[in-house]
Design a protein around this ligand. Structure first.
Ligand SMILES: [Zn+2]
Length: 248
């Protein structure tokens, strides 16, 4: 049964393949005059810690564990180098629903805080933390005067490449990348040139079709396929998709 399922996923993926972009070599990039900023999307308990809420995994999940491990490794490298990081945290008010999702990451629940492995970022001087109440982090950064806090950060550090990791590949990561790329294309986020998504540093949730069938109104969301779809869609919007990041 498991073999058949994997074959089906492989078949679907083969219908929408994409080519990996070349490995991102961080130090070489920066030394070539292309400062890199690290963007972490929503690696909070409510999405990543087993049993932490309505949208948290119900059991240990390898894709999510790998994402946290890679995020921590890269964040430590950026911190050691004194390079900039922008960290989104999905955070909601209790009386403001976010359809179509059930209540999640409510202020004060603990779900809205970084996973234990990444809590150190709260005190890291290189990290800019941004709580957001909606899916699209770039959009959320828009201020009343029309300026954008993310664009300000890019400009402050003269960032040419943003390296994006986080959850969910096909939701918050995709929307952020799409908006940042649209903004780049109309010179709203100078001097940004590239949005690079690191596949091993991204994850999405798993709601298999046989489970979704028994939940009224639920959309099936098979993890591996939707992760691929998210990367594929982002690539179609102009993001670079890499499966390797070198610290050299
Ligand atoms: Zn949310």
């Amino acid at each position: 049964m498991e073999v058949e399922k994997n074959e089906a996923v492989d078949l679907l993926k083969s219908e929408i393949p994409f080519e990996w972009d070349p490995e991102l070599v961080l130090t070489r990039e920066v030394e070539a005059g292309r400062p890199v900023g690290l963007v972490l999307v929503d690696e909070v308990n409510g999405f990543c810690t087993v049993g932490a809420g309505n949208l948290a995994p119900t059991q240990p999940n390898k894709q999510i564990e790998k994402m946290i491990q890679e995020s921590n490794k890269l964040a430590k490298f950026f911190s050691d180098k004194g390079w900039p990081m922008f960290v989104f945290l999905d955070t909601h008010f209790p009386d403001k629903p976010e359809p179509p999702y059930p209540p999640h990451c409510i202020i004060g629940s603990g779900e809205e805080n970084l996973v234990p492995e990444l809590e150190w970022l709260e005190k890291d001087p290189n990290a800019t933390l941004k709580r957001k109440h909606c899916i699209d982090g770039f959009l959320f950064c828009t201020k009343e005067d029309g300026s954008n806090a993310f664009a300000d950060w890019v400009n402050k550090f003269q960032i040419k490449t943003v390296l994006v990791l986080g959850i969910c590949t096909d939701i918050c990561v995709l929307d952020f990348a799409s908006s940042a790329l649209s903004a780049r294309n109309v010179e709203r986020v100078p001097p940004l040139e590239d949005v690079v998504i690191y596949s091993e540093g991204c994850a999405t949730y798993n709601l298999p079709v046989h489970v979704a069938r028994n939940i009224e109104g639920a959309l099936a969301h098979p993890q591996e396929l939707m992760h691929h779809m998210g990367l594929y869609m982002a690539k179609g919007r102009g993001a670079k998709i890499v499966n390797s990041v070198s610290l050299i």
